[in-house]
Ligand binder design. Structure first.
Ligand code: FMN
Length: 212
């Protein structure tokens, strides 16, 4: 019997989104999915925050620590029934690395290769009102074009009511500009979002099989 396939594709510069992505991947497996955890390529060898030694050290250390995680490829999207997208929030927008990967999907999009796949997103910003919702909504624009199906966490589980959770568009953490600063409630929320994403993708996959 086939299994639902979940790709978790993310960009993280300081390990916050990475922590959420790794938790999403583990929760996807626990929910019975076959999972691929993939990061998008670092676009620059130069720091984007010149002069900020603390930021640069955390960035360099994080990059070194994830070097064994494979980089995302179009084949991962073709393979997946569901994709969870994670990105640091930058001025209310996804990071360029993740956007670059999205730009590379045109050959797949042209052959309708993303139609009816399940998409769900998450983010991290430095501050509480630092653009989490707009970052996720910006990603959704691409999903509409692809004809994909967006599955948000909503407030369909009590974990979303925890003080540091609550974004119905996609689970989000507040890092205060520190590396890997994700709390246990954020981790529980991303686990719930991954479960929900797999559950909906599973229903769709089994429905298609029944109707075929
Ligand atoms: C270029 C740039 C722009 C950013 N813009 C914002 C912003 O608009 N609002 C905010 O709260 N944080 C902003 N941040 C901070 C990151 O969103 C924050 O540190 C986040 O937790 C990083 O996640 P990561 O460690 O997974 O990369 C920005 C960071 C950079 C480098």
């Amino acid at each position: 019997m086939s299994t639902t396939k979940l790709a978790v594709i993310y960009y993280s510069s300081q390990g916050n989104v990475h922590k959420l992505a790794a938790a999403a991947a583990a929760a996807g497996e626990k929910a019975g999915a076959e999972v691929r955890l993939r990061r998008t390529a670092e676009l620059t060898t130069e720091s984007i925050v010149p002069g900020n030694d603390t930021w640069n050290q955390v960035w360099a250390d994080h990059l070194e620590s994830v070097k064994d995680i494979p980089e995302a490829a179009l084949e991962d999207l073709e393979w997946a029934d569901a994709v969870m997208w994670g990105t640091s929030g930058r001025y209310g927008l996804p990071a360029a690395s993740l956007k670059q990967f999205i730009d590379l999907t045109l050959p797949l999009h042209m052959k309708r290769g993303l139609v009816n796949k399940v998409m769900s997103s998450f983010t991290s910003t430095a501050t509480l009102h630092g653009g989490q919702e707009s970052t996720i909504l910006a990603l959704n624009n691409a999903f509409y074009h692809w004809g994909a199906l967006i599955v948000p966490p909503g407030v369909a589980d009590d974990i979303q009511l925890a003080p540091t959770n609550g974004n119905p568009y996609g689970v989000s953490s507040v890092s205060r500009n520190q590396g890997g600063n994700v709390d246990d409630d954020n981790l529980a929320a991303i686990e719930y979002q991954a479960r929900r994403t797999v559950e909906i993708a599973d229903l769709l996959r089994r429905g298609r099989q029944t109707l075929a």
